[in-house]
Design a protein around this ligand. Structure first.
Ligand code: SF4
Length: 299
């Protein structure tokens, strides 16, 4: 892997109006992400930010003028980490996510933070001071060697432990089972591990778009050759049979263990101590596009 290239950059504003259905503003204190996931959907960012380096080998550290009038964000949904991990290892040194939280403290903004790290434990108290804050950890395997093949983030054990600590401290947590790799991701085993420590369980299937499709298919051919025909069916012939069967199986499993199972519904109306709701977001991005055209409500 080439050496990591880190640059400090000055940006006009750190908050951007978002068209994601889950938030009104998205916030990314860094450009790039050193977790370097092989399946990273955010790697398209390279095109817009003038980077030609390999994804995961560069990081722009953002500096901005202090947020004026943070109360303007009172009650607004802010999503931190849509195209980076705000708690990448470099956050320990640069502290830009921490700076952002300190500037927004007391604003009344509703935070949603996505990470694959436990460095976020450093900011537990600060995050807990925001109303309705929630934090999600991506966990798509319990097999640390598969995880090591896919990303450079901290171990799954450390992610699950951070989730437990936040939940114990009364902050809403989400176990984001994403991306689900056909057969390799044992969704039920992950739910068993996480269900006592989270308020939501999101499910998202692996999409293979762009440059990383070949990387993943080559990996499957090399490490899981017996699964290659299935992956070819799902990703070369766009056959949804696997996902439909998994959806049915998980629905049945959820009902057996007494958890609600919904599709594309992220309403947060449960009391904190209620069991988590499983939300299926299979093919969510396609549904979003359709919703944008007026085709689907509540996506
Ligand atoms: S943690 Fe998220 S943003 Fe970072 S490389 Fe992985 S998928 Fe991409």
């Amino acid at each position: 892997m080439p050496e990591l290239k880190i640059e400090r950059i000055q940006v006009k504003s750190i908050l951007s109006k978002s068209n994601l259905p889950v938030c009104e503003y998205s916030v990314n204190p860094y450009v790039g992400c050193t977790h370097a996931c092989k399946y990273c959907y955010a790697s398209f960012m390279k095109r817009f930010t003038g980077h030609s380096e390999e994804w995961g080998t560069f990081l722009d550290v953002k500096y901005w003028n202090e947020i004026k009038n943070p109360r303007k964000y009172n009650g607004k949904e802010l999503f931190i980490g849509s195209v980076t991990d705000p708690y990448n290892p470099q956050e320990e040194e640069y502290g830009r996510t921490r700076a952002l939280l300190e500037q927004l403290k007391g604003s009344g903004a509703k935070l949603s933070i996505a990470t694959k790290s436990d460095l976020i434990l450093r900011d537990l108290e600060l995050i807990g001071s925001f109303p309705d804050a929630r934090v999600s950890w991506s966990v798509n395997t319990l097999d640390e060697s598969f995880k090591d093949d896919m990303d450079k983030a901290v171990s799954i054990e450390r992610r699950l432990n951070a989730m437990k600590e936040f939940h114990r401290a009364g902050v809403r947590t989400t176990c984001f089972i994403s991306p689900i790799f056909p057969v390799i991701t044992d969704v039920k085993a992950i739910i068993e591990r996480a269900k006592e420590h989270c308020n939501l369980i999101w499910l998202e299937n692996l999409n293979l778009r762009g440059g990383y499709k070949a990387v993943i298919m080559d990996y499957i051919a090399d490490k899981y050759p017996r699964l290659l025909p299935l992956y070819q069916t799902v990703y070369n012939r766009n056959d949804r049979g696997y996902w439909q069967a998994l959806d049915g199986e998980l629905k049945e499993y959820a009902s057996r263990i007494g958890l609600d199972y919904v599709t594309n519904d992220d309403s947060m109306t449960r009391p904190f101590d209620a069991p988590p709701v499983i939300v299926n977001y299979f093919y969510h991005s396609e549904i979003k596009k359709s919703a944008a055209r007026g085709g689907v409500k509540n996506a």
